[in-house]
Design a protein around this ligand. Structure first.
Ligand SMILES: NC(=O)c1ccc[n+]([C@@H]2O[C@H](COP(=O)([O-])OP(=O)(O)OC[C@H]3O[C@@H](n4cnc5c(N)ncnc54)[C@H](O)[C@@H]3O)[C@@H](O)[C@H]2O)c1
Ligand SMILES: [Zn+2]
Ligand SMILES: [Zn+2]
Length: 380
């Protein structure tokens, strides 16, 4: 079958690889109908992770169940499903308390809990930017979708970024009526903004400098803040009578950069501390890593980032972090889509056959104008 394979920094290729098979009785194999390229894939693409050459990428997957193991009793062949990017066992301490993103059993990597498809340090699992995907613990992990093709571009956001954006808002301690600043107007930031609007925010600001992404934020009723036009924390303080916003969401990650493109891994954390009010909350879903050999700074190479912790403490703020437990939210978010209350497809900019993945990666990596979210279709 055809799959997108990592071949080294700034290099992926579409190659023929072996088809996945049922390896454990609780496995299923899913025929992928839509699989997305994610900002998280770019950390690997840019050579800023330890992902191994030859890995099949892709953790944002949906499709139709092709085959199930003898231990799968709930999910049936032919079911249309969304595949959460987390691979969770369903029975460990973290899974049973809803933290499927920190499953203690699915990732053999020393010191890391939580497995995922096609991702650095997240276990030996192939990704779904391919025709077929093996799904462990299928009964627990797969979310059933209404059959057919309706809402395909909305449902495809359920595997990762819609729940991740929602989780960023949740981690911030959000309450209806709050004012929220989302840093990062990429797909994850736009999903956080969409979530905050649905959940009853008084005002949502989206900070970025890409005009196309700021325009999308505006299209859903958020207030764009262009950091190329001046200090975003000052712009947010000005917009809130000097008080600051109630909640902040970090949707950028460790490759945060200034207007000129120079990386400063502490920049967004500092801006959040400055622009969130005293006792306010910050939800960090942008990825930070314990090792970043590609960092400029010696400390950052070991995951040490000198951010404004002193002011964070003094302001009595709180912060939540980490990978999103997709399963905690995806059922309700699916139903919001079906009810017409959520339309995460508003970010889709490109739908390409899988065979055009290489060009999709190149454009999305350059954040070329209008390349907000790329969907790949293995069936062409
Ligand atoms: N926690 C999770 O479960 C989870 C899941 C998916 C993605 N992520 C992470 O979320 C982050 C965002 O993902 P994405 O797909 O939206 O990626 P993306 O790279 O497309 O978007 C990031 C955006 O941040 C903007 N940006 C850069 N520096 C900035 C700054 N200083 N201030 C404000 N904005 C700035 C960029 O212009 C870009 O538009 C990535 O780190 C990704 O790995 C986390
Ligand atoms: Zn993703
Ligand atoms: Zn588990």
């Amino acid at each position: 079958m055809k799959a997108v394979v990592y071949r080294g920094p700034h290099s992926v290729s579409v190659e023929d690889v072996a088809e996945p098979t049922i390896e454990a009785p609780t496995d299923a194999v899913v025929r992928i109908t839509t699989t997305n390229i994610c900002g998280s894939d770019l950390h690997m693409y840019e050579g800023r992770t330890s992902v191994e050459e030859g890995k099949v990428l892709g953790h944002e997957n949906m499709g139709v169940v092709e085959e199930v193991g003898p231990g799968v009793t709930r999910v049936k062949v032919g079911d249309r499903v969304s595949v959460p990017f987390n691979i969770a066992c369903g029975s460990c301490r973290n899974c049973t308390t809803g933290w499927t993103s920190f499953c203690t059993r699915t990732n053999p990597t020393e010191g890391v809990d939580g497995g995922a498809y096609g991702y650095a340090n997240m276990g030996p699992y192939a990704g779904g930017q391919a025709e077929l995907l093996r799904v462990p613990f299928a009964d627990f992990n797969l979310l059933e979708l209404p059959e057919g093709e309706e809402y395909e571009n909305d449902f495809t956001m359920l595997s990762d970024i819609f729940p991740t954006g929602w989780h960023g808002v949740e981690l911030s301690g959000f309450q209806p009526g709050d004012r929220v600043a989302v840093f990062g107007g990429g797909p994850v930031g736009l999903m956080a903004a969409h979530s905050a609007m649905i959940r009853g925010a008084t005002e949502v600001f989206v900070v970025d400098q890409q005009p196309d992404r700021l325009k999308l934020a505006e299209s859903i009723g958020a207030t764009p803040v262009d950091f190329s036009r001046g200090d975003p924390a000052e712009q947010l303080l000005d917009a809130t009578h000097g008080i600051g916003v109630d909640r902040g969401v970090e949707a950028v990650g460790y490759q945060a950069h200034d207007h000129s493109g120079e990386e400063h891994p502490e920049l967004v954390l500092d801006n959040l501390v400055r622009s969130v009010r005293t006792t306010g909350g910050i939800g960090v879903v942008g990825v930070y890593v314990p090792e970043d050999p590609g960092a400029r700074d010696e400390g950052a190479k070991e995951g040490r980032i000198g951010w404004q912790y002193g002011q964070f403490f003094t302001k009595g703020q709180s912060m939540g972090t980490g990978q999103a437990p997709v399963k905690r939210y995806n059922r309700q978010l699916r139903d919001l889509i079906i009810a017409g209350r959520a339309t995460p497809s508003f970010i889709v900019s490109h739908e390409l056959p899988l065979t055009e993945a290489v060009s999709g990666y190149q454009h999305f990596d350059r954040r070329d104008d209008g390349w907000t979210k790329v969907l790949l279709r293995p069936a062409g």
